[in-house]
Design a binder for this molecule. Structure first.
Ligand code: ZN
Length: 309
């Protein structure tokens, strides 16, 4: 297999991770979590989303959070998810300079998620792109359900590639292929990502997996093997789309970092500090997270030999 020397993690716990939590995490708790994660060395965050607060109340304080963390962020990249031009305008009005516009390659999921057809979302992307060029905003695009849709099933490769082509014709920074409900498998990831990379070699690519069916880490391996070095992960493995049945958590940051470090792949993230952030996360959300490494500790942790009586 083909592995990189270094992988770049984009931490999405503050957005994807917390948006499915019953408890509305307040801005002070989010700020504390952010600070712990920066202390661990995390350099890129999707910190919130500018969606309608009635639809996703967990994200209603994203603007307030941005004003609190932008100073402490230093060189860290702060990305806001936006579902439409209005969200982009709201975010950038507050000074956000990196936005991530998300829509689904699946028509049915897009209608559920943002009440638009995929074509309508592509048209809105043109407007957002113009807005970003005029205002010198960095634009990312995430394509939800790239590896399958809970309503429509598998996505035809030609359909995904056609949307990727239309997106990459615009001036966008990072394109993320997202497996919104954990339907991807390693072989399919390798095939689709290899195709996208060979047809659009200049496009910076990121992958976003959910561990809904336990294939998250395997899919990351498959993505690396296809040449990708940028991944979205969420602390504690929290997360999920509120508008997709059966949605569960993202692939877990500490499990990914632990796997990469054990393979001598660098992340610039301190696992020990990350596990402290994971402990704080459990205290904040008030329940255990699906993280494996948080429960078991790192693979090189040594236990005292039990003394037999
Ligand atoms: Zn997600």
């Amino acid at each position: 297999m083909n592995f990189p020397e270094k992988v770049y993690i984009n931490e999405v716990v503050l957005r994807d991770g917390l948006q499915l939590e019953k408890k509305l995490v307040n801005v002070e708790e989010k700020e504390l979590l952010f600070k712990r994660l920066t202390r661990a060395g995390v350099q890129s965050f999707e910190f919130g989303s500018f969606v309608h607060p009635v639809r996703v109340p967990q994200m209603a304080n994203s603007g307030e959070l941005y004003s609190k963390i932008q100073q402490a962020a230093g060189t860290a990249n702060l990305i806001a998810l936006v579902p439409n031009l209005k969200g982009a305008e709201r975010a950038t009005h507050l000074g956000v300079s990196n936005i991530n516009y998300v829509f689904s390659v699946s028509e049915t999921h897009n209608l559920q998620n943002v009440q638009k057809t995929t074509l309508e979302s592509l048209e809105e992307l043109q407007e957002i792109n113009n807005f970003c060029i005029e205002n010198k905003i960095s634009l990312d695009v995430s394509l939800a359900t790239s590896f399958g849709c809970p309503f429509e099933g598998e996505m035809p490769t030609d359909h995904v590639l056609s949307i990727v082509q239309q997106v990459t014709e615009l001036i966008i920074n990072t394109l993320t292929l997202a497996d919104t409900t954990g339907m991807a498998n390693p072989k399919g990831v390798f095939q689709l990502v290899s195709l996208v990379r060979s047809e659009f070699p200049k496009q910076k690519l990121r992958l976003h997996f959910h561990n809904t069916r336990g294939m998250g880490l395997s899919n990351i391996l498959a993505g690396m093997n296809a040449g990708v070095i940028h991944f979205d992960t969420a602390l504690g493995g929290l997360g999920g789309c509120p508008f997709a049945p059966g949605a569960t958590g993202n692939v877990c940051t500490e499990d990914v970092v632990h796997m990469l470090h054990s393979m001598n792949i660098q992340t610039n993230i301190d696992l020990e500090e990350l596990l402290k952030a994971s402990l704080l996360l459990e205290e904040i959300v008030g329940h255990q997270t699906p993280s494996y490494v948080f429960k078991a500790g790192p693979y090189d942790k040594k236990y005292p030999v039990p003394i037999s009586s």
